[in-house]
Write a protein that binds this ligand. Sequence first.
Ligand SMILES: [Zn+2]
Length: 441
Amino acid sequence: MSGDATAHGLGRRDVLRMGAAGTAAAALAGALREAGALPVPPGPGDGRVRVYVLVLDGCRPEEFGGAEQPVVRGLEAQGTTYTDARSQPVFETIPNHVMMATGVRPDRSGVPANSVYDRAERVVRDLDRPSDLRATTVLEQVRALGHTSGTVLSKEYLYGIFRGRATYEWRPGPVVVPGADYSPDDQTMAEVSRMVREDDPDLLFVNLGDIDRIGHVDETGVLDVRAQRRAALANTDALVGAFVAQLQAEGKYASSVLLLLADHSMDFSVPTDLISVDAILTGRPDLRSSIAIAQNGGADLLYWVGPSGQRRKGLAEVRRLVLAAPGVLAVQTPGELRLGPEAGDLVATCRPGWRFSDPTVLSNPIPGNHGHPVTEPVPFLVTGGHPAVRRGATSATVARTLDVAPTVGAIFGVRAPRGGYDGQVRSEAFTTVPRAAPADR
Ligand SMILES: [Zn+2]
């Protein structure tokens, strides 16, 4: 389960030579030298541990630390890489960030997808309100112990659902990409830099949206999505390098644990491979008027809103018709996937290369999609300058987005939620899981 840096195919010198931007690479050189070849200096002596969770939204495992990401590859050599890491259903952004922050599945958090049909308000909407999240997050748990936490989340809906939880919060802006409701990584990382320098939170939770959003662009077909995506991978990588260099320059790296992972993967489809539950039910107006649909890219959540006396028979019929449609992979119940009542009555997922969309209004006109099982694999890396981080190792143990909160919680000594976590502490990534000294209160 453990290897060494050469197993990654490139030495430190190569990593540095390939460094994207000159300044970022040069600055990273010091960080890697400090963390690698030379003995790692002990922490600042106050028992402080700084934990940074960086989510590269929508990054595929094979892209992570790949040709465009020499900095990440260097960090892999200084940490523990999980080769079989997984997102959790529904493979979307909001539920997986919630699982990272809570360590519990959607049937306990109330957050199964990005978009749901709200039965009380009778409307399909994003789960972007603080009240949508019923579970406790590690962000407020570390606060309760006298430590500090921060959120720098590039997407407006993530800011929305986690609002009020962390000690320090940043709302995406002033640049918010129209229609995408997110801040570019340059701006997001500028705030990370400021918050680390000025507020210095013990725990920082960061979402970087560029890689995902580049996958979602190109409604016109004019842009070369794959070239754009390579550029986004390289730019985000350089920004991570600059972040590590800052930690080093400010004397924070030796006490730092970095978790780098993605919330879900990305699948690319062609515009003709669409699945419309609306169209599937066209010939059955009785059923169509009884079903509300919440689209989530590669997954559709279906809610029975018809007469309750016809519910059972009607849902069985809907299931049969949807399952028979081209491109549909499975139709399951929320219970089978532990999604809870907010996910409705049926969950339809598509095969690779397909997506759910309304063909008439092109409600989902994007080539990149996730939410369906092919987008389950994610990168997951534990690294950083803390001497307890296990270096140059790989682990085939299954790691999940659910494991972030238990792992962070173990470092800060927070108590597991009632009923325990659904995730696990990723102790393989450490010689001994570091324990932050109690905060002065
Ligand atoms: Zn995402």
